[in-house]
Design a protein around this ligand. Structure first.
Ligand SMILES: Cc1ncc(COP(=O)(O)O)c(C=O)c1O
Length: 356
């Protein structure tokens, strides 16, 4: 039951895994978190969180930041010089959803490689690295998004990660993992987070997605890297005070909400199977590897924008618009298996209301 301070939720909210509310247990844990001045390194809860994440990723150090976007952008600011070029998949968050941050904040371009569902190959990567030239931008680093959000929750296989990052090292490039959903990849594949992370100079993990914490991300790497990241954090106004109030939610989430991501993955698979039977809707359940389901509604005669609007306004089920005819549905802590038939029915009704 929502409290008076919370907005009314849709019947089923598949908009994103970012919309979860802290559970009662998480709130209780947050309420008694020991606090101090984060900028001075005196907040015990933040220190516990950064220590926990550094250990999980097997990195020397980590810094707590208000958002995942800030984690990615600070990593770029530390790793690059103005005029550099960075390589990433064309669907990458850093290219499409960070308001041109790499150009605006660090003076770098990010070139998108045409991978399959967000994952490019070692051959594509090797061909894209520029030879040193007086005329060309310097290819300086690579970003791998684990899992690929706009690719549909696709897991970067460990072998591909190892191949791409080893080519990067041969060329003297830095490597960064946007691990907004690294724990989803890890739970689904059985590969430890540190086994992915060891291939990268810097790694970001998000607390406010599948883990169900309300705020924040962590950026991890060597002590020297994190020290440099702290300077940018301070400059950009990301240094906080009694941030243990929110950091403690991350501690709680890492202790209690990682293994349960398997439930979200199973729910996403069931949802995709349910959608597969709907006329006019194209979905490939075999491509659902984690908690994201992409489907195409072009066959209903509706645009994705209109499809999403009708599903929400007429059936109280919220999804997100990801392309002219592409819809994204995401499962998370606040979606139960019992809700899935309601979502499938809502989507089927919207599909039937199309002009097909
Ligand atoms: C792959 C990926 N990277 C980075 C981010 C940015 O995270 P935040 O919303 O915490 O800024 C997101 C958020 O949706 C994401 O999906």
């Amino acid at each position: 039951m929502p409290t008076s301070t919370e907005v009314k939720r849709p019947l089923v909210d598949l908009y994103s895994d970012t919309i979860t509310l802290p559970t009662a247990e998480m709130r209780a844990f947050m309420a008694k978190a020991p606090l101090g001045d984060e900028q001075k390194g005196e907040d015990p809860s933040v220190n516990e969180l950064t220590g926990l994440v550094a250990t999980l990723l097997d990195k020397e150090s980590a810094v707590f930041l208000p958002s995942g976007t800030m984690c990615n952008e600070i990593a770029l600011a530390v790793h690059t010089r103005p005029g550099d070029e960075v390589l990433a998949d064309a669907t990458a968050h850093v290219i499409n959803f960070e308001t041109g941050g790499p150009a605006a904040l660090s003076g770098v371009t990010v070139r998108g490689l045409p991978g399959v569902r967000g994952v490019f190959t070692r051959e594509q990567f090797a061909a894209a690295v520029r030879l040193p030239s007086r005329y060309a931008p310097r290819t300086s680093g690579v970003i791998v998004e684990q899992t690929s959000n706009a690719g549909g929750g696709t897991i970067w296989p460990l072998d591909t990660v190892a191949e791409v990052t080893s080519i990067a090292r041969e060329h003297g490039l830095w490597t960064h993992m946007d691990g907004a959903r690294l724990f989803n990849a890890s739970v689904a594949s059985g590969v430890r987070p540190a086994a992915y992370a060891r291939h990268f100079d810097s790694v970001f993990v998000d607390l406010s997605k599948g883990l169900g914490a309300p705020v924040g991300g962590l950026l991890a790497g060597t002590r020297e890297f994190v020290e440099a990241a702290w300077r940018v954090k301070q400059r950009w106004g990301g240094a906080m005070r009694q941030a243990g109030v929110i950091a403690s939610a991350g501690v709680y989430a890492l202790r209690h909400h990682v293994d349960r991501l398997a439930v979200d993955h199973e729910n996403a698979r069931l949802l995709a199977e349910g959608l597969a039977g709907i006329p006019g809707v194209a979905v490939e359940p075999e491509h659902v590897e984690t908690n994201i389901v992409l489907f195409d509604v072009g066959g209903t005669g509706l645009t994705a924008a209109e499809f999403g609007r009708r599903t929400h306004a007429e059936h109280d089920v919220r999804v997100s618009v990801f392309g002219p005819t592409t819809i994204r549905a995401v499962t998370h802590l606040d979606v139960t298996a019992e809700q899935l038939p309601l979502a499938v029915e809502a989507i089927a009704r919207t599909a039937a209301s199309g002009t097909r």
